[in-house]
Design a protein around this ligand. Structure first.
Ligand code: FES
Length: 287
């Protein structure tokens, strides 16, 4: 019976819309083939920091759906694949899908990235560590060596090393990162990936006190913008800048984790809750 519909669906594109469509179909008992041409689902939204107009964290919207799609018994993900032809009629058709070679077994992949880190082809072209000796003053070298030795031999020393360097120098100077790359035999590109992922780290010098203004949804709704304006006026700088005397840096963050006390700002380790614009200058004088 050529017209009989079959209980399977094809969703092309594993972005936020594709994932939601796949989940809705799968929840209603339909087998779904979710095709995406990139190696992972997530689409362009994975590259966004926040979404308009609510200022919500894009990853917080995306991640639960990615996990659900990965786990749902009715969804078969066909990533790194493309639809190259469709035959039939709506409700009963056959799709021809080309899967690109991955050179790994996707059923066994846990996403640990070890294959990437040890890829012989890649590191033949890009050496794993800096070849030239980075220029460091003898004092800086001593400090960095001490920090590295403190973490050497630990299972994943990089984050600890970067944290200590960031605390010591108030940022991560480029020659020191090259030194770490060389010493720990970790590609500089990987180190930079880590440094730019965490807001804790900075590649530019920071002031003595770091002021972090929460830009999360709750703080935004409760008027954090006016607090930011007051800070900018009081300090004479914009977010991402340092005051002339090197005393304060002004930065933004998505959420400090005290949404019930919004609007919040953090200065170094102190969280200032329910801040009112008129109190901003008082808060600053404490530092
Ligand atoms: S949104 Fe500001 S602390 Fe959570």
């Amino acid at each position: 019976m050529p017209d009989r519909k079959v209980g399977a669906a094809l969703v092309v594109g594993g972005g936020i819309a594709g994932m939601q469509a796949a989940l809705d179909l799968a929840e209603s008992g339909i087998k779904v083939y979710l095709v995406d041409k990139s190696p992972v689902i997530g689409g362009a939204m994975a590259q966004l920091d926040k979404t308009f107009p609510t200022n919500d964290c894009a990853m917080c919207t995306l991640a639960p759906r990615m996990v659900d799609c990965g786990r749902h018994i009715n969804i078969e993900k066909l990533t790194y694949s493309e639809v190259i032809g469709i035959q039939g009629t709506p409700g009963r058709f056959q799709a021809q899908i080309r899967k690109k070679a991955r050179s790994i077994d996707p059923d066994k992949c846990t996403g640990c990235e070890e294959c990437t880190q040890n890829c012989l082809v890649r590191y033949k072209v890009y050496p794993p560590a800096e070849v030239t000796e980075p220029e460091l003053s003898p004092e800086d070298r001593l400090k960095v060596e001490d920090i590295i030795n403190l973490h050497r031999g630990k299972e994943a020393p990089l984050i600890g090393v970067l944290q200590d360097i960031n605390d010591e120098f108030r940022y991560l100077p480029a020659p020191i990162l090259r030194y770490v790359s060389r010493d720990l035999n970790i590609p500089l590109a990987h180190i930079l990936k880590v440094c730019t992922f965490y807001s804790l780290f900075s590649l530019k010098p920071r002031g003595k006190h770091l002021i972090t203004v929460c830009q999360g949804t709750t703080c935004f709704v409760r008027g954090v913008e006016r607090i930011m304006e007051e800070l900018e006026k009081a300090l004479g700088i914009k977010p991402g800048e340092v005051t002339e005397d090197g005393k304060f840096s002004l930065e933004t963050v998505r959420c400090i984790g005290c949404c019930a006390l919004a609007p919040c700002i953090r200065i170094d380790q102190d969280v200032h809750a329910k801040v009112r614009p008129a109190r901003v200058r008082d808060v600053l004088t404490r530092y």
